[in-house]
Design a protein around this ligand. Structure first.
Ligand SMILES: Cc1ncc(COP(=O)(O)O)c(C=O)c1O
Length: 429
């Protein structure tokens, strides 16, 4: 019997000690959902949808914004509205949820996977610049987990090279860069309201932009191609990507709580990082100084295997499994790199076979993503944002558990007792 809970020792935190739950709602949300049910307006440009769109845009200081069906089609219609299409190249970070790249395929463009920075896991701008070709039309930046790329540099790069900048804000509702809301830093942006996200309606999405004409195109693309305000002279080919009044109702309730929740997570994350940075072998993520408010979909940190002395073959998965047992919390590796992602399979869709050259260019295995690979396979640890929504004592428990696993790391064996790694269901969407 060892000292770690994984090897039979006493856990840092009793199973009875509860973590905050996610998603959350209150009586006001239930009342509003009931009122919507009793109304005769359940969808299609409803009152609550546009009230939410106005308030959510205002919170991020965006001129224009509208709801959409989810964060995947949000990226797709942002690309289409900007005129990105067949055979155009779009730079996408190699570490993200597969939807970021899948949306590029869905407009018949070519996702060019670029590696991420070791200390933020966000797009590496030097590598992005090196990947620009004559065919490049846009860069999609993902504000990943709780970090951001250098948005000022990226804005300049896109301006200098004449590229569209699209922000995938699926993780970071309520984050601000130099006082400006995410979603307003590029040409267009997309958010997700899937259940696990920091603002949720079960499913749902949102687009922002700062240009009226672009907004009208986005509106049209999410609404079966109807022109803005039903002006059919401007109709285009598209699908139905609207959301319902119930979703808007629950989003209004969530929005009223969002700022406090974002601030709480940011405060807890900064406190926890201040504890983790004192533990040899643990590297907190970098919080760029221009982030005026960070928003965390996951709290993440890295293991420095130059310092941690573990048995051969021991990785972040073993470390996460040990933390799970100490804390009864779902620690796990960050996203699979897109060149080896089990859900990013461009060649399983015959409709992507535009021609032999395209078929070759969308092969994800042609990209080298050593930093993303290292983060997923060896050094990265991630935990859902609900685990940083509680008290300082919760954060102390996390730091105590990390310290304990570091101290007894010799108990982790590559082939040893494999902890049944529970997956937080909504995280693995
Ligand atoms: C970074 C990122 N982009 C896009 C999406 C897609 O959002 P949705 O699930 O709402 O389609 C997600 C969802 O997990 C995401 O994490």
């Amino acid at each position: 019997m060892g000292k770690l809970a994984l090897t039979g020792g006493k856990a840092v935190r009793s199973e009875k000690a509860k973590w905050p739950q996610w998603p959350v709602h209150d009586a006001g949300d239930v009342a509003l959902l009931s009122a919507i049910t009793n109304s005769n307006r359940w969808s299609y440009d409803g009152m609550y949808e546009w009230q939410f769109a106005k308030e959510f845009s205002a919170y991020h200081k965006s001129k224009f914004g509208m709801c959409s069906a989810n964060g995947t089609v949000g990226i797709q219609i942002a690309l289409e509205a900007l005129g990105v299409g067949a055979f155009d190249e779009v730079i996408v970070p190699g570490m993200t949820w597969q939807a970021t790249a899948a949306a590029v395929l869905d407009v018949n463009a070519i996702p060019v996977l670029v590696d991420v920075e070791p200390d933020t896991w966000c797009l590496d701008l030097e590598k992005a610049e090196a990947a620009i070709t004559k065919k490049t039309k846009a860069i999609i930046v993902v504000h990943l987990y709780g970090c951001m790329a250098d948005m000022t540099k990226l804005q300049k790069l896109c301006k200098d090279k004449g590229l569209f900048l699209i922000e995938d804000c699926a993780h970071q509702h309520g984050a601000f860069w130099k006082g400006k809301g995410v979603g307003t830093l590029g040409d267009a942006s997309s958010f997700s309201f899937q259940e696990s996200k920091v603002l949720s309606s079960g499913e749902g999405g949102f687009n922002m932009c700062q240009d009226r004409k672009l907004f009208e195109r986005l509106y049209s693309l999410r609404n079966c191609g109807r022109g803005y305000k039903e002006d059919m002279t401007n109709a285009v080919q598209s699908g139905n990507y609207r959301l319902t009044e119930w979703q808007a109702g629950i989003l209004l309730g969530g929005l009223a709580r969002l700022d406090d929740q974002v601030k709480k997570r940011d405060e807890n994350a900064q406190y926890l990082n201040s504890l983790l940075e004192q533990i040899p072998g643990i590297l907190p993520m970098r919080r760029r100084k221009d982030i005026t408010q960070a928003s965390y979909f996951n709290f993440t940190f890295r293991l420095d295997w130059n310092i941690l002395q573990a048995a051969k073959g021991v990785t972040n998965n073993h470390f996460s499994a040990a933390l799970q047992k100490e804390l009864n919390a779902d620690f796990q590796a960050p996203y699979e790199p897109l060149n080896a992602c089990s859900l990013y399979k461009p060649h399983t869709k015959p409709r992507h076979h535009l021609n032999a050259e395209y078929w070759k260019k969308i092969d994800p295995t042609r990209f080298k993503l050593p930093v993303a690979e290292d983060a997923h396979n060896k050094s990265g640890v991630a935990v859902h944002h609900k685990f940083i929504m509680g008290s300082k004592k919760d954060m102390d428990d996390v730091a105590t558990a990390v310290k304990k696993v570091v101290k007894h790391i010799d108990e982790l064996k590559a082939e040893g007792p494999k902890a049944e790694r529970k997956r937080y269901r909504a995280l693995a969407i």
